[in-house]
Design a protein around this ligand. Structure first.
Ligand code: URA
Length: 245
């Protein structure tokens, strides 16, 4: 069936996102790798009150964090970066920790890596406003270094409570720090990717951090495979396997 001009415009916008991700091949629905489910045992955080409003529950978590000085990361921060997005989302993305732009604006993934994350989300047929985005640590590590284990352990329980409140259908861990912290394992990205884990009351998949993809764009196609696996798990339409002209 021929496309009208609005559909063509939207298709062109989508293809632009895929190009940005380094994707030139498309797969028919059902061709993505099978979503193997691996159970992971982790401690369970306090669930939200039944029927309790998610926004209120999140506001209570934020209030408990307060003007936090629990770890050394508070020393250089401008803003605590709590998290942003749709509390009724199906997908929650979890990064490592705020960078300079995020610290400045108080919102996760608003810099260059955030722009790429937005493109990844849009390649999935979603908008940033439809998902929830947070980090393992809520204050910027100095010089954007990787957060240390004790910093993750101090801040992580607040993330766990955000997860328990939001109850997304799946979490996408962005990069090794988030993946290893959430899964409680010390494994390589190549071993952690490519499967769907049973995680608390939800599921979890692992993909590359957008900042890593900016440094090594050849891996964008691999990240796209991870996102397709997530889309398949959620029953979302995965783009067809026609070659892009
Ligand atoms: N990197 C992250 O891990 N999180 C952000 O919010 C921004 C960059």
């Amino acid at each position: 069936m021929p496309l009208d001009s609005e559909s063509k415009r939207r298709l062109a916008t989508h293809l632009e996102y895929y190009r940005e991700l380094g994707i030139h091949d498309f797969y028919r629905r059902g061709d993505a790798p099978p979503a193997e489910v691996i159970p992971v045992l982790t401690a369970v955080a306090e669930p939200p009150q039944p029927g309790g409003d998610k926004r209120e529950a999140l506001a209570a978590i934020r209030a408990e964090i307060g003007d936090c000085t629990r770890c050394r990361l508070h020393q250089g921060r401008k803003n605590i970066v709590f998290g942003v997005g749709n509390v009724d989302c199906e997908i929650m993305f979890v990064g490592e920790g705020p960078g300079a732009d995020e610290d400045q604006q108080g919102e996760p993934f608003v810099g260059r890596a955030g722009q790429l994350l937005n493109n990844m989300i849009q390649a999935m047929g979603l908008r940033r406003e439809q998902v929830y985005i947070a980090n393992v640590v809520k204050c910027r590590p100095p010089g954007n270094r990787t957060p240390e284990r004790d910093e993750c352990d101090t801040c992580g329980p607040f993330l766990m409570r955000q997860v328990e409140t939001i109850q997304p259908r799946i979490i996408v861990a962005l990069g090794a720090t988030a993946a290893k912290y959430l899964l409680g394992v010390n494994d390589s990205m190549s071993n952690l990717r490519g499967r769907i884990y049973d995680f608390r009351s939800t599921r979890l998949a692992v993909t590359y951090h957008p900042a890593f993809l900016l440094r090594d764009p050849r891996q964008k196609a691999e990240a796209w495979k991870d996102l397709q696996m997530v889309m398949k798990f959620l029953g979302m339409a995965v783009p067809g396997k026609k070659k892009e002209e």
